[in-house]
Design a binder for this molecule. Structure first.
Ligand SMILES: *Cc1c(COP(=O)(O)O)cnc(C)c1O
Length: 389
């Protein structure tokens, strides 16, 4: 027992007090789910909610998709599943990392469907249902990703194994595409054919193959259920084509100071940017501790190619380039080309969202929108714009 007195409750920042904010547009989220459901044609459409709904917030995202019509939900871990069960009592919740020894209780207690990913997990599952009673499961078959899932030949052997315990009857087969973001990649068709062979071997079984990008590959890939994630959150699922999804998350940071620097002076750690003109700098209250990655500094960071430009933000409708290195809590933008006096301390700069595509910012950082979204962390004020009824 601690002998210290209980500290006074801290006064948390309330709306308008924080250094940075995320605005999450729940009607765009609902519209994106409906758009994916339309594209999924006759297949049912799930929603993938892993990693706190790609950083958007599990509870508001889950309620929004449910209201739009989703009844199937995927999470990564049993703990995420247990949390989601508290939000949505009567939907199907699939756990993608499956059931390992020690996690069994959560599946029974919170009515979660494990996606069995290996022969070892199959053994754990069989003994769990022998002890604990009936529980549905999904079987993951690896068709070309070498990540999770039974090998195709092992899945086929299982399908034709008459000695297979009658109690083992997966409700669905699942596989995951490695290259769906590149529609012309030959592995897409190969994975489709391998998956089909397993689906046919199991009699009359539901099947799910397509993530967001897989949905765009067309009807052949849809099977019974589709599993969109990133597209729901406004991300670009398919490479090199315009992103048809509505932006969901807008990230903004407060400008703490506007300052002038002279030709020959430099900015931030490592003095990686030396000014070739007199420069006006806006210092924004955002940094890598907020998931605004250091690599967004472009070539300001060693090991990145000299020619890589950094990210840009949007201030008063104008794109402004990031300069110098992103630091833990602070980032610098060049606002020299904006009218003098137009940028002030207290203004908010958009980092990505409505006016600055998230995929462009991610690319500037050498990464993908998935990583940017799931790295945002807990320091933002979060504002949810409600879905229209
Ligand atoms: C994350 C994930 C998805 C969703 O993928 P997106 O590319 O975000 O649409 C679907 N299936 C599995 C197995 C996943 O791990």
């Amino acid at each position: 027992m601690s002998t210290h007195p209980t500290p006074a409750r801290p006064t948390l920042p309330v709306a308008g007090e924080d250094h940075a904010r995320l605005t999450i547009d729940l009607s765009a989220l609902a519209d994106n789910w409906r758009a994916m459901a339309r594209r999924s044609g006759a297949a049912r459409t799930a929603a993938v909610l892993k990693a706190d709904a790609y950083g958007v917030g599990l509870e508001p995202a889950a309620r929004t998709f449910h209201q739009a019509g989703a009844r199937d939900f995927f999470v990564a871990t049993p703990a995420e599943g247990a949390t989601l069960r508290g939000v949505l009592p009567d939907v199907r919740i699939y756990v993608l990392s499956g059931m390992w020894a020690g996690s069994e209780r959560l599946f029974f207690e919170f009515d979660l469907v494990p996606v069995i990913v290996s022969e070892e997990q199959l053994v754990v599952f069989m003994s769990a249902i022998a002890d604990g009673g009936d529980l549905p499961c999904v079987l993951h078959v690896d068709t070309g990703m070498s990540r999770l899932g039974l090998r195709v030949e092992d899945a086929l052997a299982l399908a034709s194994d008459t000695a297979r315990p009658a109690s083992f009857s997966p409700i669905m087969l699942l596989s995951h595409l490695a290259c769906a973001d590149d529609p012309s990649h030959p592995l897409n068709r190969q994975q489709l054919q391998r998956f089909r062979s397993v689906v046919e071997a199991f009699d009359d079984i539901d099947a799910t193959l397509a993530n967001s990008a897989g949905i765009f590959l067309g009807e052949d890939y849809h099977f019974t259920l589709t599993r969109p994630g990133i597209a729901l959150y406004g991300g670009a699922a398919v490479n090199d084509v315009p992103n048809p999804m509505k932006p969901v998350v807008t990230a903004e940071a407060r400008i703490l100071q506007v300052r002038e620097a002279k030709t020959g002076e430099s900015v931030s750690y490592g003095a990686s940017t030396v000014f070739t003109r007199d420069t006006r700098i806006a210092v924004a209250a955002i940094g890598y501790a907020d998931g605004y990655m250091r690599s967004l500094s472009g070539s300001g960071v060693p090991l990145r190619k000299a020619s890589i430009p950094g990210a840009s933000g949007v201030l008063h409708g104008r794109s402004v380039p990031l300069i110098g290195r992103v630091t833990m809590d602070l980032t610098h933008f060049d606002v020299t080309d904006l009218p003098a006096g137009s940028v002030r301390a207290g203004d908010f700069i958009e980092l990505f969202g409505r006016h600055m595509p998230i995929e462009d910012v991610a690319r500037a950082g050498g990464t993908i929108d998935y990583e940017l979204l799931t790295s945002l962390g807990g320091r933002y004020e979060r504002r949810y714009e409600l879905a229209k009824k």
